[in-house]
Design a protein around this ligand. Structure first.
Ligand code: 2GW
Ligand code: MN
Length: 297
């Protein structure tokens, strides 16, 4: 883990120059009003970014929770991550599970490592999902800060299907939920009860972000997860649970702590939503699950 920025000097690189009158994308928003880039295919040169992040010897922690039956998703998740996630960079897969023996025994490429982290199970699935904020905040401070530069925090019921690289990395980033990219603010499924810590008024909010893909520097992820966990606990003390659990709290956080990068729906798609024109790549897909079988409520 590097503290302070080393001198970076790029080698000679040959590529077509950016052109003021030829924006690479005119069909989608590529910049927020607070000047955070929204990451779409065609807007970045991965070769330049790879060189910059490699020179800093960047290490990325990919966190995933696989509690109880969700260990079944690990094989596909890890195998596709080996092919598509942060190719050429140092990666630690932090697998939070109550069943470390069920983590598939896989060979990973050089510079990459699977790190099992044993955690307890919670009887309610809502609790399993929400407690991720607590565990991420605890481990960020205790461990991740000493081991990686950035954290990428995702759901387990997912697979990579195209490159997800260092173009996503920034101080703090969120991902646009594929069900709401075109929705009006009032249609966002934010928490609307003003008694909840996750409350967002109808006339606020920028995007509806998914709980299944966020990240940033370890310091920023620590701040985010700690704040969300505290809000979840404050609600709990009033016997409240936000409508979409920790996702509601994440959305609240991002209203008042704007992400420094935003991942487009390329980074979170569901094949049930088809293949719209603007979607040039599907990089990270939900794995269809048999809700009844997997969610033994
Ligand atoms: C979840 C629901 C019902 C029964 C069990 C579980 C469950 C979740 C579990 O038994 N074991 C487990 O490890 N999980 C973890 O929680 C796992 O990492 C999983 O990906 C994550 C979220 O649960 P999931 O993927 O079933 O819920 P989604 O895909 O509907 O999640 C969205 O909404 C959630 C809040 O309700 C979260 O914000 C999530 O990030 C969203 O993608
Ligand atoms: Mn999921």
């Amino acid at each position: 883990v590097l503290h302070g920025l080393p001198e970076i000097a790029l080698p000679r690189m040959v590529y077509s120059k950016p052109h003021i009158f030829k924006p690479p994308r005119t069909d989608v928003l590529t910049m927020t009003p607070w000047l955070a880039p929204i990451i779409w295919d065609g807007t970045f040169n991965l070769e330049i970014l790879n060189e910059q992040f490699r020179q800093r010897n960047t290490t990325i922690g990919l966190t995933v929770f696989a509690i109880k039956k969700y260990v079944v998703f690990l094989q596909r998740f890890l195998a596709t991550a080996e092919t598509y996630f942060m190719v050429g960079h140092r990666v630690k897969y932090y697998i939070f599970t109550d069943r470390p023996e069920a983590i598939p025994n896989m060979n990973v490429k050089e510079g990459r490592e699977i790190v099992p982290l044993r955690v307890q199970n919670y009887p309610r699935w809502q609790e399993i999902s929400m407690r991720r904020m607590e565990m991420l905040s605890y481990y960020s401070q205790q461990r991740f800060i000493h081991e990686v530069d950035f954290l990428v925090c995702v759901d387990a019921d997912m697979q990579f299907s195209n490159e997800v690289g260092v173009e996503i990395l920034s101080e703090v980033f969120g991902t646009i939920h594929p069900g709401f990219y075109a929705a009006e603010r009032q249609a966002f499924t934010y928490e609307r009860r003003s008694t909840s810590e996750a409350y967002i008024p109808l006339d606020e909010g920028d995007f509806y972000y998914c709980g299944c893909f966020f990240g940033g520097t370890v310091a920023e992820v620590h701040k985010l997860t700690k704040k969300c966990h505290e809000a979840i606990m404050a609600d709990k003390s009033k016997s409240l649970e936000a409508i979409w659990h920790e996702e509601s709290h994440l959305n609240k956080y991002f209203v008042y702590h704007k992400p420094t990068k935003i991942l487009s729906p390329e980074y979170l798609w569901d094949n049930g939503l088809g293949s719209p024109q603007f979607l040039k790549k599907k990089r990270f897909l939900t794995v269809p699950k048999n809700h009844a079988a997997i969610r033994n409520k």
